[in-house]
Design a binder for this molecule. Structure first.
Ligand code: GLU
Length: 279
């Protein structure tokens, strides 16, 4: 028997929903409805420095206003920090993480001073400085309580999977088809920030697994993140969901809509008299 389809809408409450979110939400709902499946709503609120309760409220209001029904309780990532910590420990125990003491300024300086620093879809890759740190410096940093992030060692992770005969990896995208995962394109990503004991990549991979998500519907701007998520799934023995990275709505100048463009929020359309069915 095939598993029932479960998809999710996963906004971060750092602003009001905009027209691009409405588009993504309607796509996810359309997929769920056409397959007799369910749509879950996950509030991605791990970043306590940017997320605000009033945006959680406005997001829920907008989803309801659009007439979209979701299944079950809302899932708040901030209530699942323990689970992310456990998963992080699994990766630590596999020896696939390392502490990174670099500040953003350190990283920028390292990149500036290196010739041909590798570049990925999100900009320059982390140059791997703390991977080469001496044991003595590591001990000093720890004894001085220097804050650190935890990074995933991509090269080691790939070797680990190779040794198990589980490399290369692929993911399936309903638009792009079978895609070979290339996690190296993002470099040694952060799994736990200095100030927050998880990161987007870790939390989203864990939650898609825990919530039994079978189909991830999200914008094409997150396509590259899927290369990392696929690697994490393999390291953690999670079944990969199917992906649907939809095209992004763009403004007349060809740029994707962002939260900064206040005039394009769902609220602003509602305030101007637009009806939910016109979305
Ligand atoms: N929380 C992310 C956002 O609001 C979406 C993450 C995802 O769909 O994987 O952009």
């Amino acid at each position: 028997m095939t598993k029932p389809l479960i998809t999710r809408f996963a906004p971060s409450p750092t602003g009001n929903l905009h027209i691009g979110h409405a588009y993504s939400l309607l796509k996810a709902q359309g997929l769920a409805t056409s397959h007799n499946g369910s749509l879950l709503v996950r509030i991605e609120d791990i970043d306590h420095t940017r997320c605000k309760p009033e945006f959680v409220e406005s997001i829920i209001f907008d989803i309801n206003w659009l007439g979209i029904h979701w299944t079950g309780e809302l899932w708040f990532q901030s209530q699942h920090m323990e689970g992310y910590g456990e998963t992080l420990n699994t990766l630590k125990e596999l020896g696939l993480t390392y502490p990174c003491f670099c500040t953003r300024a350190d990283i920028n300086a390292q990149i500036k001073n290196s010739v041909g620093a590798p570049h990925g879809p999100e900009g320059f890759l982390y140059p791997g400085t703390c991977k080469k740190i001496s044991i003595n410096d590591l001990k000093t940093n720890i004894s001085e309580n220097k804050p650190f992030a935890l990074r995933l060692d991509i090269t080691k992770s790939i070797s680990y999977l190779k040794a198990k005969g589980r490399w290369p990896l692929y993911f399936n995208d309903l638009g792009e088809g079978k895609t070979k995962a290339d996690p190296q394109s993002l470099g040694d990503i952060v799994l736990a920030r200095k100030d927050i004991q998880t990161s987007y990549h870790l939390a989203v991979t864990v939650d898609d697994h825990r919530q039994n998500i079978t189909h991830v519907v999200r914008g094409a701007d997150l396509f590259h993140a899927t290369h990392i998520h696929r690697l994490l799934q393999a390291l953690l023995n999670f079944d990969p969901p199917l992906y649907r990275h939809h095209n992004l709505l763009v403004n007349p100048s060809g740029q994707k809509f962002s939260k900064r463009e206040g005039a394009l929020t769902i609220k602003s359309y509602r305030d101007r008299g637009m009806e939910p069915k016109e979305f």
